[in-house]
Design a protein around this ligand. Structure first.
Ligand SMILES: *Cc1c(COP(=O)(O)O)cnc(C)c1O
Length: 411
């Protein structure tokens, strides 16, 4: 028989967790996960609302439910089964992975690419693997959380790897950081400058030509995570560099996602020099210790890129929709942060208000999400409206009508 314990240790975890959840609920800041009962398209079927217009997906080119993309995934599953139950370097690399990586490299006009199960993973691989002690990483303050955490991880794994942050999209502030790095005797290796191409919460874009010129002046490497720019920016959707008239080779390394415009399933990648990709295959912890992208996704993502390359008019349709939506939103009395990207943030400051507005828009049949702390800084809550090539002119008119009703209710 077990003897009774003399001391009862009570964990603080249950009560402190309950306090956090209660506080979120009391402040109207509790996120609620919507369950969707069918594919992502211009509309989606919500479990408790029925069909609504979708303006909160990153399905920028409408490829998530494209028949060829879906069929390629089904064919991949039939051909390869679910997977090899192994990491890539043991016995987990299929020819669909190498074909996808060749396709991604071709899409960027770069030497080589390597895929991951997410762009989050790619960002956790690139910095800890390519950066060394004595290097410094200089990062935009508004960079995506996966970049921030990837850089933090690099700093923990390689103590003596320096890290600093510059003011959002401020090229003069970046120059100051580069000058400080040059003067710092602890910086004995490579200087890395890291930015989003399109910033996910602001919808603005990095000044890549100015950043390239600065990096050349200081001998620094430029890394761009273009997850929201790929398929969206530039005449043929190559990304933010194309928007600026730069070739893919003007950027040292790109990271990106297959979970947004390029099919929307999941997956991420790093594109750049053959050397760096080889080093990632040899040394990257996510590449050595985690399974490959599922074949279904490798096949559907490759098809999505093929469709994009074959039908650049999708990018033009998206651009037309973005222009119409931005003009329409301004006409409703709300203001939207200005840019040419498909991310249209309407700033409402208060998190609870953003969530309440999002809920009311659902009553009007429009699915838009309100973002607050900790996704954006306290006091900067917003509705983030996202436009797709799949939307029709009538869809955009319906969005604006819903916003108008919301505005009139608010007085
Ligand atoms: C969405 C996003 C990611 C995460 O991509 P996943 O493939 O979903 O992990 C990474 N970086 C940026 C800039 C993003 O916008």
């Amino acid at each position: 028989m077990l003897t009774a314990m003399t001391t009862l240790h009570t964990s603080t975890f249950p009560s402190r967790t309950q306090t956090i959840l209660d506080t979120l609920r009391d402040n109207g800041q509790m996120k609620r996960l919507q369950t969707i009962e069918g594919p992502m398209d211009r509309t989606v079927r919500l479990a408790d609302r029925g069909e609504v217009l979708c303006f909160c997906s990153n399905n920028y080119l409408g490829l998530a439910n494209h028949p060829e993309v879906v069929e390629a995934g089904v064919a991949g599953l039939r051909k390869y089964g679910a997977g090899t139950a192994s990491v890539r370097f043991i016995c987990g690399t299929f020819d669909c992975h190498t074909a996808l990586e060749a396709r991604i490299a071709e899409f960027y006009g770069c030497e080589a690419a390597y895929t991951f199960t997410s762009c989050w993973n790619a960002n956790e691989a690139i910095f800890p693997t390519l950066c060394e002690v004595g290097d410094i990483i200089i990062s935009d303050e508004f960079n995506h959380a996966s970049i921030i955490d990837g850089i933090r991880l690099a700093g923990v794994i390689k103590k003596g790897l320096l890290r600093t942050v510059y003011k959002h999209n401020d090229v003069a502030a970046l120059r100051v950081k580069l000058e400080e790095a040059r003067a710092n005797p602890l910086v004995t290796g490579t200087t890395w400058v890291v930015t989003d191409g399109v910033f996910s919460m602001e919808g603005d874009i990095a000044d890549l030509p100015a950043m390239r010129a600065l990096c050349d002046e200081f001998g620094a490497m430029l890394v761009v995570d273009d997850s929201h720019g790929t398929g969206v920016m530039g005449k043929t959707g190559r990304g933010t560099h194309e928007h600026w008239g730069m070739p893919g080779t003007a950027i040292d390394y790109f990271t990106g996602t297959l979970g947004k415009a390029l099919g929307g399933g999941a997956g991420g990648y790093i594109v750049g020099s053959r050397k760096a990709i080889d080093l990632l295959i040899q040394r990257g912890r996510p590449t050595l210790f985690s399974n490959a992208l599922p074949c279904t996704i490798a096949c559907s993502a490759e098809k999505a890129i093929e469709v994009l390359m074959r039908e650049p008019e999708r990018v033009q349709r998206l651009r037309t929709n973005v222009a119409a939506a931005r003009e329409g939103i301004l006409g409703t009395g709300f203001t939207v942060l200005d840019s040419s990207t498909a991310i249209c943030p309407v700033i409402v400051h208060d998190t609870a208000k953003a969530i309440a507005m999002s809920k009311r828009l659902l009553d009007f049949g429009v699915f838009v999400i309100g973002f607050g702390f900790p996704v954006v800084a306290e006091g900067h809550a917003r509705l983030r409206i996202q436009i797709s090539a799949a939307h029709t002119a009538a869809d955009i008119a319906a969005l604006c009508e819903a916003l108008r009703r919301l505005k009139s209710e608010q007085g």
